[in-house]
Design a binder for this molecule. Structure first.
Ligand SMILES: C[S@@+](CC[C@H](N)C(=O)[O-])C[C@H]1O[C@@H](n2cnc3c(N)ncnc32)[C@H](O)[C@@H]1O
Length: 280
């Protein structure tokens, strides 16, 4: 073969190899993006909160928020379902999407049994470590990994110890859930007659007048992929509670705003929404 012919074959081979390399690269990129985007909101939440479980509660604004929520809970125990005179009665609390159990710990002096459920296994480890640190036995306070919106996971939570709660609380987690109405109906199913559900979350910026958290665009916040709702209006909360068959719905705003980093939209307004399951 002439040297011109062999040069032609060599450059053809290199060109072909380059095209194949680009195509394989493109395919890998598309496949990766698809795997990421096919994750459910629950999977994104489990991964994110597994990653931050040991550090989340050390962040300054999270600490300040926890102080505000703690003070409200301690000043409003009757409103959130703790009877004024409980005597020796057993009182059972479910802390759903419990994180490290910070609010189970706050409410532990008022109830006899606490159960935590969270989609993040690492958060549940933190929850059970909190129980141990305050000297509560697993019978008194224990958490399990789970997601009541996932049928397979909910099927594993059929033991009677996960039903008949006098109080169900969900703090700062409803905005991480897509089907919020279904979530509240799941709580209603697990309440004892006369029991109370308490939801703590952000007031939607259109109602509070606070700046919206940047979930889209170039300035979007890092954990946007774990968030489904930028807060809730009072009417949305009352409707969801009553559609779940609950009565005496009431929504209170905290009397001050909560500091949030500018990246998250700056100060935001907390609400506390509660309703009761009718007595049998
Ligand atoms: C912002 S943290 C709040 C934790 C805790 N309730 C608090 O107020 O400190 C949100 C929590 O919701 C949990 N979570 C998100 N989606 C969930 C779901 N579908 N079921 C159970 N837990 C969920 C996360 O793993 C995380 O621990």
């Amino acid at each position: 073969m002439s040297s011109t012919g062999s040069r032609f074959h060599t450059s053809f081979a290199w060109g072909f190899l380059a095209i194949i390399t680009v195509l394989v690269g493109l395919y890998a990129k598309v496949a990766f993006v698809n795997t990421e985007s096919h994750k459910s909101l629950g999977q994104h939440n489990a991964e994110h909160f597994d990653n931050v479980a040991s550090s989340a509660y050390e962040v300054e604004w999270v600490r300040k928020l926890a102080k505000q929520i703690t003070a409200f809970l301690q000043e409003n125990t009757e409103w959130l379902g703790v009877p004024a005179e409980s005597g020796d009665c057993e009182l059972k609390l479910l802390d759903y999407a419990c994180g490290n159990g910070i609010y189970s710990k706050v409410l532990a002096p008022y109830v006899t049994k606490l159960r935590g459920i969270d989609i993040s296994g690492r958060m549940i480890e933190e929850y059970n470590a909190t129980a141990q640190s305050v000297g509560l036995s697993p019978e008194q306070m224990r958490g399990v990994q789970g997601d009541l919106l996932d049928d397979e996971s909910a099927a594993k939570l059929q033991d009677p110890e996960f039903f008949g709660f006098d109080i169900v609380i969900m703090s700062m987690a409803l905005h991480h859930v897509e089907d919020t109405g279904k979530m509240i109906r799941k709580f209603a199913e697990r309440l004892a007659p006369g029991g109370t559900v308490l939801i703590i979350d952000w007031v939607t910026p259109s109602e509070s007048g606070c700046r919206s958290m940047p979930l889209h665009g170039r300035e979007k916040i890092p954990m946007r992929h774990t968030i489904a709702h930028m807060g809730f209006t009072k009417q949305e909360m009352l409707d969801m509670l009553s559609h779940a068959g609950l009565v005496d719905g009431e929504v209170k705003w905290l009397n001050e705003r909560s500091e949030m980093p500018e990246d998250f939209g700056g100060p935001q307004q907390l609400f506390f929404a509660r309703a009761k399951k009718p007595s049998a």
